[in-house]
Write a protein that binds this ligand. Structure first.
Ligand code: NAD
Length: 260
C-alpha cells in the first residue's frame, strides 16, 4: 500500500499520466495532478479521483516547458504535503517531420518538456526524498528511448536522453532508499490514439482493425496496444518496497517492439 505517500505525476490531465495517477491513488497515495485542459474537465477528474479513492488530490497548471515552473511545481507539492515520495515524469509532446524541415522551435519545445523538465523536477525533489530516506522517480520514456524511427528526431533524442538521465539519477541515489527507473511504452491506447485510428481509417478508407494492425502497430509484434492500467500497475510496483533493488533500468512495455 502507498498510504501516507505523496505522488506527483506530470502531464496527468489525460492519457498515460492520468492512468498512472489513478493507479497510485487506488493504492492509497495522495496525488498532485498537473497538465493542461479545460478547467471544468480537470475539476471533474480531481473530484472523481477523490470520490473513488478517498485520497487528497491537488492540481497545478505548471507549464513544464519552463524551468522555473517545474521547480515551482515541486515547491508547491512540498508546501502542500510536506513531502514528495513518488515523482512520475510523464509530460510529453510529439512532432513529426523530416530533419531538414524540422522546425527549430519544435525541437527546443520537445527537449524542454520531454527531457529538461525531468531534470528540473528531479533535482528539486531529491533533497526532500533524501531527508525522508524514501523516493521513487519514474520517468516515462518510450520504446523510442531505446530504438529510433524516422521523422521523430527531437522525440527520439529526448527519450534516449531521459533514459540516460534515469541511469545517472540511479547511480547518484544508489546508496539511499531512492530508486529511479524509466518505463518505455510502445503504443498505448489513449484518447489521442483513438482519434488517430479514426482519422487514418477515414483518410485511407480502410477498416479500423487494419489501421491498428498495419499502420499504428506495424512495429509492435503483439499487435495489441498496452493499456494505461498496465502502466499504472507497473508504476505502483516500482513504487513499492518490493522494487527497492530495481534502479537505473529502462523497462520496455512494448509487446516485443524492442526485441526486434
Ligand atoms: P497525452 O497527450 O494524452 O498527455 C500528455 C499530458 O502532458 C497531458 O496531460 C498534457 O496536458 C500534458 N502536457 C503537455 N505539455 C505540457 C506542458 N508544457 N506542461 C505540463 N504538462 C503538459 O499523451 P500520452 O500519450 O498520455 O503521453 C504521456 C507520456 O507517455 C509522454 O511522455 C509520451 O511521450 C509517452 N508515451 C506515450 C505513448 C503512447 O502510445 N501514447 C507511447 C510511449 C510513450
Amino acid at each position: 500500500s502507498l498510504e501516507g505517500k505523496v505522488s506527483l505525476v506530470t502531464g496527468s490531465t489525460s492519457g498515460i499520466g492520468l492512468g498512472i495517477a489513478r493507479s497510485l491513488a487506488a493504492a492509497g497515495s495522495a496525488i498532485v495532478l498537473n497538465g493542461f485542459g479545460k478547467p471544468e474537465d480537470i475539476a471533474e477528474v480531481q473530484a472523481r479521483t477523490i470520490a473513488e479513492f478517498g485520497v487528497e488530490v491537488r492540481y497545478s497548471p505548471a507549464d513544464l516547458s519552463k524551468a522555473a515552473a517545474a521547480a515551482d511545481l515541486i515547491a508547491m507539492t512540498l508546501d502542500t504535503f510536506g513531502r514528495l515520495d513518488i515523482l512520475v515524469n510523464n509530460a510529453g509532446i510529439q512532432y513529426v517531420a523530416p530533419l531538414e524541415v524540422f522546425p527549430a522551435d519544435k525541437w527546443d519545445m520537445i527537449l524542454a518538456i520531454n527531457l529538461s523538465s525531468a531534470f528540473h523536477t528531479t533535482r528539486a525533489a531529491l533533497p526532500s526524498m533524501r531527508r525522508y530516506n524514501f523516493g521513487r522517480i519514474i520517468n516515462i520514456a518510450s520504446a523510442h528511448g531505446l530504438v529510433a524511427s524516422p521523422f521523430k528526431s527531437a522525440y527520439v533524442a529526448a527519450k534516449h536522453g531521459i533514459v540516460g538521465l534515469t541511469k545517472v539519477t540511479a547511480l547518484e541515489t544508489a546508496e539511499s532508499n531512492i530508486t529511479c527507473n524509466a518505463i518505455c511504452p510502445g503504443y498505448v491506447y489513449t484518447p489521442l490514439v483513438e482519434a488517430q485510428i479514426e482519422g487514418q481509417a477515414k483518410a485511407h478508407n480502410i477498416p479500423r482493425e487494419q489501421v491498428i494492425r498495419d499502420v499504428l502497430l506495424a512495429q509492435q509484434p503483439s499487435k495489441r496496444f498496452a493499456s494505461v492500467e498496465e502502466l499504472g500497475a507497473l508504476s505502483v510496483f516500482l513504487a513499492s518496497d518490493a522494487a527497492s533493488s530495481i534502479t537505473g533500468v529502462a523497462l520496455p512495455v512494448d509487446g516485443g517492439w524492442t526485441a526486434h
